[in-house]
Design a protein around this ligand. Structure first.
Ligand code: G3P
Ligand code: CA
Length: 228
């Protein structure tokens, strides 16, 4: 039986401020097989790791992240103590210790993420299998597929497995990444029969983790990687 993958959601969000370098380090220290993170393109063109489209919830700034330059974003504090990292900074920290699931959030992220991943594969000894690009947005996944067909893709869904599966076939995706509440054991079997892997999110409660294991999912995205 293959081992279920433990994937740290925004790092180890249950322990350290989400999408920050210490949070990714914590996930690695807890033995995560992979980390999941979210990206946006900022006003000066860098790909920054941040969940929301606006700064207010987790920083001392206000407004849309896409309106700020990297220099301006670096001056902000994430949950009082931390900085917003770039994807490049995260990859240098990870240094191939685990795989990296890049979730495309904002406009322009597909091309930027593909270019960075290609650089790390061609010049820094990473493999395409060290990456997954995922998104809820079909247009961003299509762009990633057109840009580089070697990067594994995953279709995120919180509403319809059927729709995700139909779209996944058109972009040759490797995985469906559903909200765990959408799944049944039957659905897992059907998705597997179609040849897709399944990584569920965001599964934090031990009873839910056990249920997902029983269903036979391939990976669990969690705020607490040590609970898997
Ligand atoms: O990638 C899984 C999960 O992170 C998707 O939802 O809102 O946490 O980015 P969200
Ligand atoms: Ca995410």
């Amino acid at each position: 039986m293959t081992q279920i993958l433990k994937i740290g959601h925004r790092g180890a969000r249950g322990y350290v401020a989400e999408n920050t370098l210490p949070s990714f380090q914590k996930a690695i220290d807890l033995g995560a097989d992979g980390i999941e993170l979210d990206v946006h393109v900022c006003a000066s063109g860098a790909l920054v790791v941040f969940h929301d489209f606006t700064l207010g919830r987790v920083t001392n700034g206000k407004g849309k992240i896409s309106n700020f330059t990297l220099k301006e974003l670096k001056k902000l504090k994430v949950l009082k103590n931390f900085q917003i990292p770039t994807l490049v900074e995260v990859l240098d920290l990870v240094d191939k210790k685990c795989f990296v699931n890049v979730e495309l959030k904002g406009k322009g992220t597909a091309e930027e993420a593909c270019d960075i991943i290609e650089t790390y594969v061609l010049k820094k000894g990473w493999s395409y299998s060290d990456f997954i690009i995922s998104s809820f947005k079909e247009d961003l996944l299509k762009k990633a597929f057109q840009h580089n067909k070697n990067i594994p893709l995953a279709v995120l869904t919180e509403t319809s497995l059927k729709k995700a599966l139909t779209f996944a076939e058109t972009i040759n995706a490797k995985a469906i990444n559903p909200d765990f509440n959408l799944l049944s054991e039957d659905a897992v079997n059907q998705i597997h029969k179609k040849g897709f892997k399944i990584n569920v999110w965001t599964v934090n409660e031990p009873s839910d983790i056990e249920r997902m294991k029983t269903f036979g999912v391939d990976g669990i995205i969690t705020d607490f990687p040590d609970r898997i």
